[in-house]
Write a protein that binds this ligand. Structure first.
Ligand code: BGC
Length: 934
C-alpha cells in the first residue's frame, strides 16, 4: 500500500502538481447542476474555483459546448476573470437535446483546470408540444381528483425517455404505479391564463414492455379555493392535463406517447383535495368506471419550461412528543413550525378513518389552537384498507407544528413524520453566535423562509391566504438571498409579476393576482424594482435587470402618473408602515403612524434611483438621464413637503426618520437632526422599536451606519416586547406576523390576522449578516468583498458563511478575555477589503484563509446597568448617589425627582438637557466597573 502511494507521488510531475492545486467546482448552468428541460435560448455558465494557494485570480477561460460530439460553441481562450453567468453564444440550440459543456480555466499562479457538465434543452417553445390538453366530463359536484390514464406497449429497447407534462391544477404522474420524479405541486403557480410551466422528467428506467401512465390532477391554485373569501375557480372550473413521453430506442428510432382523445379518465383514492382544506384519501375506494377524456382547446404557446427549482420534501422531522391536552385531544408536537404535511405509517382496519388536524400552536392552557388558520381548516383524512400502509397527501400543504389525531387508538410517535415542503433552493448562508437566543432567531428566519418559499413567496403558509404579497417579499428579499440561493425563484416570480402588471393599476398587491384590480401601493409595488436589484447585487445577474427593465420602469411611470402638481404621490390607497406599533392604541387602522404618503414618496424616490442605476448598467443612456432628472425632482419635492427648513421631519416617527436617512433623501445638513429625532423617539419607547413592515428592515442599518451602532445592538438584544427576541423567548420557532402575536400574558392577538409564520420581520437577517458578521459585496455578485464586522454587547462571537457565486465567504470573530480573534475566508477569483474590529486601517487581501489575533480592552458581556436601567435601579447603588451628588447636586434635590424613579435613563435623557446623557454614561460606566471588580 505504502509503495503504491509513493509511486503516485513520484509519478506526478511538477507541471501536473501545479495543475492539481486549483480545481473547478460547481459548474452551474443557469444556476443548476446538469439541468434537464431547460427552455433558455442562451444559457449562462458559472463556476467556482478552489485552490490551496492564496491570491488566486482567474486569468482566462474557454468554454466548449458540443452536441453529439460536434462543437456548437467554442468561446476560444478569453483573457478574462469572469466566471459567473457567462452567456452561451454558439449555434441556436435545438429542442430536447443533450449538450456537453467543457470549461477550462487558467489562473495567475500558472495553474489550469477543467470541468465538464451537461444540459438538456426542453421543448423550447410551448407550441412544440404535440400532445393535446385533456379534461374530464365529471359532474360539477364531483370532488375526487380525476386520474387520466393510458396503457401502452413498447416493442423495442429504450435508450432514453423523457416526460414533458403540465396541468391546469396540480398534478402527479405515475408510471406502472410508481411516482415519476420527487417533486410536488407541479406545474407551480402562475397566472395560467398567461403562462404555464411544464416539467421534464427522466423516465428511462421506468418503462417496461407493458406500461400504464396515470396523471392525477388536484384543484391546486387553478380551480381550488383561494383567498380570504375562500372562493374556488380563480382560473377555471375544470382541471386538465397535458403530457408526452418522448422515447428514443437503442436502434435510434423515436416514438411519442401523448395525451389525446384516446386516453381514459377515472377517479381514484384521492376523494377530495384542497390546498387550504386538506385531503381525503380513501384506499378502500375502487376506481370508477373509466370514461373517455374530453379534449380541451387551451393555448399551448403559454407553456414554458420550469423556471425555478421545484418543490420537494427537503427535510423529514420525527415526532417529538405525544400530548394529551386538558381538553383530551391527542396531539403530536413536531417541535418546529413548518409548511408541509404529515406522513403516517399505519395498519388500520379496513374502512378505519384517521383524521389529522393541524395547528401552529397550543394555547396557554395547552389545548390545540388552530385559530391562526382562520377558514383554512387543514384537515387530512386517511381511510385504511386493512393492510400495512403509508399515507401522505398529494395536493395540499399545511402550516403547522402540532397535529391532533382522531380515529387511531394506539398512537406511536415513530409512525408520524412531518415532511417539510418548499422550493428546493440551495442553502447559501449560515449564521451562528455565542448567544443562543440570537441563534434561535436565525433559525426562525430560515424556517419562515422555508415555510413561505413554496413556489412563490407567500405571506404565510397556514391561513386562508398564502398569497404572493409583494410587500412581504420586497422587505424580506435582502435577507432571503443570504440564506438561500433565490435567483431562479425570484426570476420566475418576477416574470409572474411583470405579466400581472398593468399601466392602469400598476403592480398588484399579490402575485399571482387573484384579488382583482386594485391601485398599486407603495412598498408593495416597489417589489418590481427592488427585488431585481437585490438579485443583481447578490448574484451579479444582469439578465434579470434586462428582463425586468420594462416592469421596473412601468412601476416608476405608474407612480409618476399618479403624482400631483407638486411632483408627489399623494392619492389613493396605501399600506403605510403596515402593522407598526405607533398608531394610537385601540385603533383599527393597521397602517402605523407614519404619514402614508411620506412612505409612498420615499419609495418613489428610492425606486427611481435604482431605475437610474439599472438604466446605466444595461446602457439605456437616455432613460438614465431622464430618470436621474426625475429622481432629483422627487428628492427636492420630498424635502419641501416632508422636511422643514430647519431639518425637522413633519412625521417624527421612527420609520419616517429611517426612510429619510436610509434612502438618502434628507439634505446632508439635516441628517444629524433627523438622527437625533430617531434616537429620541427610540428613547421614548424605552429603547424599543415601533416600526412596521416598512421601517423594520432598515432600522438597525440606519443606526449602525450613522454612529449609533450601540443603540442598534441594544434594540436588537431586547428580550421584552416589542423585539425580535421577545418572540424567541416565547418559544417561537418561526417569525411572527406581529410583534405581539402572542401577548406577554400568553393570550393571542385576536385581530383575526395573526400568523405565526410570516417572514417580514425576519428582514433583520440582512443586518445580522452585513453588520454583525460583516459580509458585504463591494461589487455586485461579490467579485469584490467587504468584510466589516461590528460588535454589539451580548454577543462575544459570530461565525457566518455565505456561499457566493464565487464560492464560500466566511467571517468569524470572537472578542473575549481581552483578545480579538478574526478568521476570514475569501474564495478564489475574488478580492476583499477587511476592516478588522478596532483597527483603523483596512486590509486588502486576495483569496485564501486568514487569521488575526490581537489584544483588546473591550468586554462584550451585557452590562448590569445601562441606559435602559430605571433611575430607581441606579439610585439603589450608593456609588451612583455619590457620583450624581458630585456632578449634578441639584438633580437629586429636585422636588419632582420621585416621579422619574420608574423611568429609564434614556427616557429621562429624552426629556432633560442633553448633558444628562453624558452624566448618566459616567455613572453607568462606574457602576459596571465597580461590579466587574467585585
Ligand atoms: C398579509 C400581509 C400583507 C398584508 C397587506 C395581510 O393579510 O398577510 O402580510 O402584506 O395583508 O395588507
Amino acid at each position: 500500500m505504502n509503495s503504491w502511494k509513493k509511486t503516485i507521488k513520484f509519478s506526478v510531475n511538477n507541471k501536473e502538481r501545479k495543475r492539481l492545486s486549483m480545481k473547478i467546482t460547481d459548474l452551474l448552468i443557469e444556476y443548476r447542476d446538469n439541468p434537464i428541460g431547460l427552455d433558455v435560448k442562451k444559457p449562462r455558465f458559472s463556476w467556482k474555483l478552489i485552490s490551496n494557494e492564496k491570491d488566486v485570480l482567474q486569468t482566462a477561460y474557454r468554454i466548449i459546448v458540443t452536441k453529439e460530439g460536434e462543437i456548437v460553441w467554442n468561446s476560444g481562450k478569453c483573457d478574462s476573470s469572469s466566471s459567473v453567468l457567462i452567456e452561451y453564444a454558439g449555434q441556436e440550440l435545438e429542442k430536447c437535446s443533450i449538450y456537453k459543456v467543457q470549461v477550462e480555466v487558467w489562473d495567475n499562479k500558472g495553474n489550469q483546470a477543467s470541468k465538464t457538465g451537461t444540459f438538456e434543452t426542453g421543448l423550447l417553445k410551448g407550441k412544440n408540444f404535440v400532445a393535446d390538453w385533456i379534461t374530464h366530463s365529471f359532474s360539477e359536484e364531483e370532488t375526487a381528483c380525476p386520474v387520466f390514464f393510458k396503457e401502452f406497449e413498447l416493442k423495442k429497447e429504450v435508450a432514453k425517455a423523457r416526460v414533458y407534462a403540465s396541468a391546469l391544477g396540480v398534478y402527479e404522474i405515475k408510471i406502472n404505479g410508481e411516482k415519476v420524479g420527487d417533486t410536488f405541486f407541479a406545474p407551480g403557480w402562475t397566472n395560467y391564463k398567461k403562462r404555464i410551466q411544464y416539467q421534464t422528467y427522466q423516465v428511462d428506467e421506468m418503462l417496461k414492455e407493458k406500461n400504464k401512465i396515470e396523471i392525477t390532477v388536484g384543484n391546486g391554485w387553478y380551480k381550488g379555493i383561494l383567498g380570504f373569501t375562500c372562493t374556488p375557480n380563480h382560473y377555471g372550473d375544470r382541471v386538465a392535463a397535458i403530457a408526452e413521453i418522448h422515447i428514443t430506442y437503442t436502434d435510434g428510432t423515436t416514438e411519442i406517447i401523448k395525451t389525446d382523445k384516446n386516453w381514459s379518465v377515472t377517479t381514484g383514492s384521492i376523494r377530495k383535495s384542497e390546498i387550504y382544506m386538506g385531503e381525503t384519501i380513501d384506499t378502500t375506494f375502487l376506481a370508477t368506471e373509466p370514461r373517455k377524456v374530453v379534449q380541451l382547446p387551451y393555448d399551448k404557446e403559454l407553456l414554458t419550461g420550469q423556471e425555478s427549482e421545484p418543490v420537494r420534501i427537503t427535510k423529514r422531522l420525527p415526532a417529538k412528543e405525544l400530548i394529551t391536552t386538558p381538553k383530551g385531544e391527542k396531539v403530536i408536537d413536531f417541535g418546529q413550525n413548518i409548511a408541509g404535511f404529515v406522513e403516517l405509517k399505519v395498519k388500520g382496519e379496513k374502512g378505519q378513518k384517521i383524521t389529522i388536524r393541524h395547528a401552529e400552536t397550543l394555547d396557554k392552557d395547552g389545548n390545540f389552537y388552530p385559530d391562526t388558520l382562520r377558514q383554512a381548516i387543514s384537515i387530512d383524512e386517511f381511510i385504511c384498507n386493512g393492510q400495512e400502509q403509508t399515507f401522505m397527501p398529494h395536493f395540499t400543504f399545511h402550516g403547522f407544528r402540532y397535529i391532533a389525531i382522531e380515529g387511531l387508538e394506539n398512537i406511536e410517535l415513530e409512525n408520524f413524520t412531518a415532511c417539510v415542503l418548499h422550493t428546493d433552493m440551495k442553502q447559501t448562508g449560515t449564521f451562528k453566535t455565542s448567544n443562543p437566543l440570537v441563534n434561535q432567531l436565525q433559525s426562525n428566519i430560515e424556517w419562515s423562509q422555508r415555510g413561505n418559499f413554496l413556489d412563490i413567496p407567500t405571506d404565510c403558509p397556514q391561513r386562508d391566504e398564502r398569497l404572493g404579497w409583494t410587500g412581504d417579499a420586497q422587505v424580506f428579499s435582502g435577507t432571503a438571498t443570504y440564506n438561500f440561493n433565490c435567483a431562479l425563484f425570484f426570476t420566475k416570480w418576477l416574470r409572474d409579476l411583470a405579466t400581472e402588471q398593468t399601466e392602469e393599476f400598476g403592480v398588484p398587491h399579490v402575485v399571482p393576482n387573484i384579488l382583482g384590480n386594485q391601485e398599486g401601493a407603495a412598498a408593495w409595488g416597489d417589489a418590481a424594482v427592488i427585488i431585481p436589484w437585490v438579485v443583481y447585487q447578490t448574484y451579479g445577474d444582469i439578465r434579470i435587470l434586462e428582463e425586468q427593465y420594462e416592469s421596473m420602469k412601468g412601476w416608476v411611470d405608474y407612480i409618476t402618473s399618479r403624482c400631483g402638481s407638486n411632483g408627489l404621490w399623494q392619492t389613493g390607497f396605501q399600506y403605510g408602515d403596515w402593522l407598526a406599533l405607533d398608531k394610537e392604541e385601540g385603533s383599527e387602522d393597521r397602517t402605523g403612524a407614519t404619514d402614508k404618503y411620506l412612505v409612498a414618496n420615499a419609495y418613489y424616490a428610492y425606486s427611481t434611483k435604482i431605475l437610474v442605476e439599472t438604466a446605466k448598467i444595461i446602457q439605456k443612456i437616455d432613460d438614465a438621464q431622464k430618470y436621474e432628472n426625475l429622481y432629483k425632482k422627487i428628492k427636492r419635492a420630498f424635502n419641501e413637503e416632508y422636511i422643514t427648513k430647519t431639518g425637522r421631519m413633519v412625521s417624527e416617527t421612527q420609520t419616517a426618520c429611517i426612510l429619510a436617512l436610509h434612502f438618502d433623501l434628507a439634505e446632508e445638513q439635516y441628517r444629524e437632526r433627523i438622527m437625533e429625532t430617531l434616537k429620541r423617539n427610540i428613547a421614548e419607547h424605552k429603547n424599543h422599536l415601533t416600526t412596521g413592515f416598512v421601517g423594520t428592515p432598515y432600522l438597525c442599518h440606519v443606526l449602525s451606519e450613522n454612529g449609533a451602532h450601540d443603540l442598534a445592538g441594544t434594540i436588537f438584544m431586547k428580550e421584552d416586547y416589542p423585539s425580535w427576541l421577545y418572540a424567541v423567548k416565547k418559544g417561537a420557532t418561526t417569525i411572527w406576523e406581529r410583534w405581539n402575536s402572542i401577548l406577554p400574558s400568553g393570550d393571542f392577538d385576536e385581530s383575526g390576522m395573526n400568523s405565526l409564520n410570516h417572514y417580514a420581520y425576519g428582514s433583520i437577517g440582512e443586518w445580522m449578516y452585513r453588520k454583525l458578521a460583516g459580509i458585504n459585496q463591494i461589487e455586485p455578485g461579490y467579485k469584490k468583498i467587504l468584510i466589516k464586522p461590528m460588535f454589539i454587547k451580548g454577543i462575544h462571537s459570530v461565525e457566518a458563511t455565505f456561499d457566493s457565486m464565487y464560492g464560500k465567504i466566511k467571517s468569524a470573530w470572537s472578542c473575549k478575555d481581552n483578545k480579538i480573534i478574526v478568521n476570514v475566508e475569501i474564495p478564489a477569483n475574488t478580492t476583499a477589503i477587511i476592516y478588522l474590529p478596532e483597527k483603523t486601517e483596512p486590509v486588502e487581501i486576495g483569496s485564501g484563509s486568514y487569521h488575526w489575533e490581537y489584544a483588546t480592552d473591550t468586554n462584550l458581556e451585557l452590562a448590569r446597568f445601562s441606559m435602559d436601567s430605571t433611575l430607581k435601579e441606579i439610585l439603589d447603588e450608593p456609588l451612583a448617589i455619590q457620583l450624581l451628588n458630585q456632578h449634578a447636586p441639584e438633580m437629586l434635590d429636585h422636588p419632582m425627582i420621585q416621579f422619574a424613579y420608574q423611568l429609564t435613563l434614556s427616557e429621562i435623557v429624552a426629556m432633560a438637557p442633553s448633558e444628562s446623557g453624558q452624566l448618566f454614561k459616567i455613572v453607568i460606566d462606574a457602576l459596571n466597573k465597580a461590579g466587574e471588580n467585585h
